[in-house]
Design a protein around this ligand. Structure first.
Ligand code: PMP
Length: 389
């Protein structure tokens, strides 16, 4: 018998199966609101002009593909730092490049586990499914708080704070920096300040997942909460992705920033991070991070990036406002941020929208607003108004 015969089959990723079903659907008017990538009004996910220009420069100037080292591209890591952290200078920081934001989250969880195997990780529900999968696979203990009430379409802030009050020193709280996936429900600045106060008072370790900076309210606005919470913490981790805000998805561009007020502890943490990276991927993929570095080294390309990012941000924000206005029962969408919305639909209603109208969204009721266009938004709003009756 095969060595693999003893494996338990795993369910395929449901979002990825949705792509196949969408492709096979022959209806011309079908609408894809599934996978979380930016799309323009023609439904395309184009390569940014700043990326094309940087790739051209790299092509002409790169003289070697020799290994860089476990930390990856130092220029990339340094140039991103002020964009993420602003003038936060209270901590010592160690940065490593990772394969996407996923690699950063994974590395952060492995580091925390090595540091304190009995710590608990407080996570919101719902959250990005891979958060739970990574934590479960590592065998870390999780404590779940309700982040969002899907029926009532509102943040459950008081519940979250009450649960966090039960955390102890060294426990971890995993927070979405902005553009919460899947709900779009972010904390206000006042709420971030309350989280920061609690994190400081209890000695919690914030693990902040910042995968959509610049796609919510703007680059600084989207990092403001993370900066407040980190400033209040002894130690913190920030998992970053450039895959959305530079449109580099398949290039797998991410970074993990480890912060502490204790310089000696940082050296030990850094040696552990390098060792963990070594056993996972040895060294991160280069191309995407090199592209980001070349963009950020150039004033002109940085300005171009900022304007292209702002155009993406404005497009999704506009679609969000238009949908909220066209479907009165979805008014709360208008106060949320980023690519996603979690609609108050049952799995049966999600299936019905797919069967009757060729509208594809995650089974949870999550939509990617960027899949809406000038030509399909009215159809979608009409179908929702009928379905939500
Ligand atoms: N965190 C969150 C909340 C995400 O939504 C994503 C992407 N779906 C990631 C991290 C990871 O992004 P990537 O690995 O593609 O950079």
């Amino acid at each position: 018998a095969s060595v693999f015969a003893g494996l338990t089959p795993k369910a395929p990723d449901s979002l990825l199966s949705l792509i196949g079903a969408y492709r096979r659907d022959p209806r011309a008017e079908k609408i894809d609101l599934g996978v979380g990538v930016f799309r323009d009004d023609a439904g395309a996910t184009p390569v940014l002009d700043c990326v094309k220009a940087a790739e051209q420069l790299l092509l002409n100037s790169q003289s070697t593909k020799a290994y860089l080292g476990p930390e990856g591209d130092f220029g990339f890591l340094d140039l991103l730092k002020p964009i993420i952290f602003g003038d936060l200078v209270s901590h010592e920081v160690f940065a490593v490049q990772t394969p996407g934001g996923t690699g950063a989250v994974r590395l952060a969880c492995e580091l925390l586990q090595a540091a304190k195997p009995d710590l608990r990780v407080f996570i919101g529900a719902p959250t990005w499914p891979n958060h739970t999968q990574i934590l479960d696979q590592l065998g870390l203990e999780t404590v779940t708080f309700r982040h969002y009430d899907q029926r009532a379409q509102r943040l459950c802030f008081d519940e979250m704070m009450a649960t966090l009050e039960t955390a102890g020193a060294g426990d971890v709280v995993l927070l979405h920096g902005c553009c919460h996936n899947p709900s779009g429900a972010d904390y206000s600045l006042e709420q971030w300040a309350a989280i920061a106060e609690l994190v400081g008072r209890k000695g919690l370790v914030p693990l902040i997942d910042l995968a959509y900076q610049g796609l919510g309210l703007g680059l600084d606005e989207d990092a403001a909460g993370a900066r407040l919470v980190l400033a209040a913490a002894q130690d913190g981790l920030l998992a970053y992705s450039c895959d959305k805000n530079f449109g580099l998805y398949r290039e797998r561009v991410g970074a993990l920033y480890t912060l502490t007020r204790d310089a000696a502890a940082l050296d030990v943490a850094a040696s552990n991070i390098r060792a963990l990276a070594r056993t996972n991927w040895s060294m991160p993929p280069d191309h995407g991070a090199a592209v980001v570095r070349v963009v950020l080294e150039s004033e002109a390309l940085t300005a171009l990036w900022r304007s292209e990012l702002e155009a993406m941000r404005a497009r999704v924000a506009d679609l969000r406002q238009r949908l909220a206005a066209a479907v009165p029962l979805l008014a709360p969408l208008g106060g949320q941020h980023g690519l996603f919305g979690l609609l108050p639909l049952s799995p049966a209603q999600v299936a019905q929208l797919r069967e009757d109208h060729g509208i594809y969204m995650a089974g949870s009721g999550r939509i990617n607003l960027a899949g809406l266009t000038a030509s399909n938004i009215d159809t979608f709003a009409r179908a929702l108004n009928a379905c939500l009756q």
